[in-house]
Write a protein that binds this ligand. Structure first.
Ligand code: AQP
Length: 329
């Protein structure tokens, strides 16, 4: 019997984690870790759906695990593991692929965006990625999936898949809910505030990396796109300023009214400097802990092995049931 509701979530090790991943996902996992039974994963098999370098992938996986820990995920309250260490994820993904209509996958906006103009070249893995994500979630019978806004559609597909499977084969999966915070669920690029901040965007001033040096953060924020107005207010029609103020709001914990009152009469330069102070103060302890953790790689290896073994017990129990109801045993 589960006492607390279970949450599952993960991040792809597809590049350097950024402040969008932190505000939209990681820090919410940390804030709520007392409330839930927590399972967090580094989803390395999602990161191979586009072209990648194997050495870099290995490095990114370790880096991301250290970022999880450095951000405050407590290994005594959370299971932290790497997706490919638990082979049941891909087995379940195949079985779910056989009950997921192609039409559902064709409607996924992330696939449409990422494959735009190159449908002939992108991998079949990029197209079926949401089914692997559904498998990640359903394998652990998760009740909730804390994510940023861009992943809402994929969590809804996992819900639909669970419901369809339960209808076809009998009650097997918990039907999961997305858990999305109202503020900071979609942090936008600093260089183009109409596009989501993403690891795969290459622009020098696109994102703030969680491991960026203070000087770099100041420079990037100083160059962030704003507009030709003057007032510093939360106006979604002015996406650059709105995005910077949203980051400020998410990290400072102040309300919209307090922030607008604070910046009344000040200029964009002041606002960007103060935002840099808030970002740097947030990231300083994370970066210090990250440096400590990377000095002891054996600690991370042992933790990953132990936690993979722990979650595998749940994964195996789910798979036993799935194979049975599907007539594969
Ligand atoms: N810009 C964002 N604002 C708020 N939340 C975000 N997330 C990602 N970008 C933002 C949330 O971070 C978690 C991990 O995302 P992911 O790595 O699994 O995939 P993604 O959403 O595709 O993230 P990226 O950074 O944009 O990576 P690439 O470029 O590799 O696709 C999720 O909870 C996500 O919502």
């Amino acid at each position: 019997m589960k006492n607390k509701k279970r949450v599952f979530s993960g991040i792809q090790p597809s590049g350097d984690p950024h402040i969008g991943n932190y505000i939209g996902a990681i820090r919410n996992w940390v804030a709520d870790q007392e409330e839930y039974d927590n399972i967090f994963c580094v989803v390395d098999q999602h990161a191979i759906t586009a072209s990648y370098d194997p050495e870099e992938l290995r490095r990114n996986v370790r880096q991301l695990v250290a970022v999880y820990l450095a951000s405050g995920l407590d290994p005594s309250r959370c299971s932290l593991f790497v997706q490919s260490h638990v082979p049941e994820h891909t087995e379940l993904a195949w079985l779910l692929m056989c009950v997921t209509p192609m039409g559902w996958l064709s409607r996924m906006t992330q696939f449409k965006e990422k494959s735009e103009g190159k449908q002939e070249q992108v991998s079949a893995g990029l197209f079926t990625y949401p089914v692997l994500m559904a498998a990640d979630i359903l394998l652990y019978q998760a009740d909730g999936v804390p994510v940023g806004d861009d992943q809402k559609q994929h969590v809804e597909l996992a819900r639909d898949t669970a419901q369809r499977f339960n209808h076809l084969f009998g009650e097997t999966f918990t039907v999961p809910q997305p858990i999305i915070r109202p503020v900071g669920a979609r942090v936008m690029g600093l260089d183009d505030p109409t596009r989501k901040m993403a690891k795969s965007e290459s622009g020098q001033n696109h994102s703030i990396g969680l491991l960026d040096e203070p000087d770099r953060i100041r420079k990037k924020l100083a160059r962030a796109v704003t507009d030709s107005h003057k007032e510093i207010v939360f106006d979604p029609r002015r996406p650059g300023v709105f995005n910077l103020l949203t980051i400020y709001r998410s990290l400072s914990g102040q309300s919209q009214e307090e922030i607008e009152a604070h910046f009344e009469g000040k200029g964009y330069g002041d606002m960007k400097r103060e935002l840099a102070d808030v970002v740097i103060a947030t990231l300083e302890p994370v970066q210090a802990r990250f440096r400590e953790l990377t000095e002891d790689p054996a600690y991370i290896d042992e933790l990953l092995a132990e936690h993979a073994a722990r979650v595998r017990v749940i994964a195996r129990a789910t798979m036993d049931k799935v194979r049975r109801v599907m007539g594969l045993r």
